[in-house]
Design a protein around this ligand. Structure first.
Ligand code: G1P
Length: 292
């Protein structure tokens, strides 16, 4: 069986209502953390994980994303005229990252529906899904890479997991699983439930926005019933798939920020800026001067 993961699907069709008015004319995935749009963090993690082809599922206002990952001729020409060759290289780095395709999710019918929209572009091979709101900083090894390695060893679909406080659990898909005796980061999944009430949550292990999937998931997504809100949930498709094959959960190593929420977005901005040689020392001084 083919175990090479070359493609990633990045759903980026949300309305971004939490960030209005910033997202009135711009997709939330283009909001900037330090000096890069949120979606670029996901694309860079994918490339660092060996992914060659990025499929972005867009809704409205996709043109700014397309422009971002394309070559900016006019910008480059102006920068070149001004002798700013380092900035030309910086702009080019983005478009050189990977080959990017776009597909439109015509109706906002949920995450499972967004993944299903990429079916033809994915074809008959294993693929990854990344939700750009989950910004993961893992300096040692990209979180997606960690998961791809589990998939390459086992051939089983792999879902990212993170322990979260029970009071927050209802915001997530939640699993119950049996921890692997040899590798405590791995769980064999027994239950998956999307956004349960706290008292119904089967554990404190929440699903995070990184998945390594096999193409048989598309059949499940195509037949998964819509939920109460009329959406097709990826978690429900995965539960159907789990009746036919083994699914694994993986507690990845790395710091995850919920960049889809204002507080998580701010934390990511501060932490990632503090790590930078050009910004860290001055920002640290500033934070100290606040005497918090
Ligand atoms: C989605 C998934 C959910 C998962 C979460 C991770 O929910 O449906 O299972 O736990 O991403 O961020 P959303 O945040 O899009 O509502």
């Amino acid at each position: 069986m083919l175990r090479k993961v070359r493609k990633v699907v990045i759903p980026a069709a949300g309305l971004g209502t939490r960030f209005l008015p910033a997202t009135k004319a711009m997709p939330k995935e283009m909001l900037c953390v330090v000096d890069k749009p949120i979606i670029q963090y996901a694309v860079e993690e994918a490339v660092a994980s060996g992914i060659e082809h990025i499929i972005i599922v867009t809704g409205r206002s996709k043109s700014s994303m397309e422009d971002h990952f394309d070559i900016a001729f006019e910008l480059e020409a102006t920068l070149r005229e001004r002798g700013k060759l380092d900035l030309v290289r910086e702009a080019r780095k983005v478009s050189d990252l990977a080959s990017v395709s776009y597909i439109r999710q015509k109706e906002p019918l949920g995450l499972g529906h967004a993944v299903l929209a990429a079916r033809d572009l994915v074809g008959d091979a294993p693929f990854a899904v990344m939700l750009p709101d989950d910004l993961i900083d893992s300096p040692r090894k990209a979180a997606l890479r960690q998961m791809i390695e589990v998939f390459e060893r086992t051939g089983d679909p792999v879902i990212a997991l993170l322990k979260v406080a029970l009071k927050d659990i209802s915001a997530y898909g939640v699993i119950k699983g049996e921890q692997d005796a040899k590798d405590p980061r791995i769980y064999v999944l027994q239950e998956l439930v999307e956004k349960p009430k706290m008292e119904d949550a089967p554990s404190d292990l929440a699903i995070m926005g990184r998945y390594i999937l096999t193409p048989d998931i598309f059949e499940d997504l195509a037949t998964t019933a819509r939920d109460k809100g009329g959406e097709i949930q990826l978690t429900n498709g995965l539960r159907a798939l789990s009746t036919r094959r083994r699914l694994l959960g993986y507690e990845f190593e790395g710091m995850r920020y919920d960049a889809g929420q204002k507080l998580g977005f701010l934390k990511a901005t501060v932490d990632l800026a503090l790590q930078r040689d050009d910004l860290g020392p001055a920002l640290r001084e500033h934070l100290k001067s606040l005497g918090l």
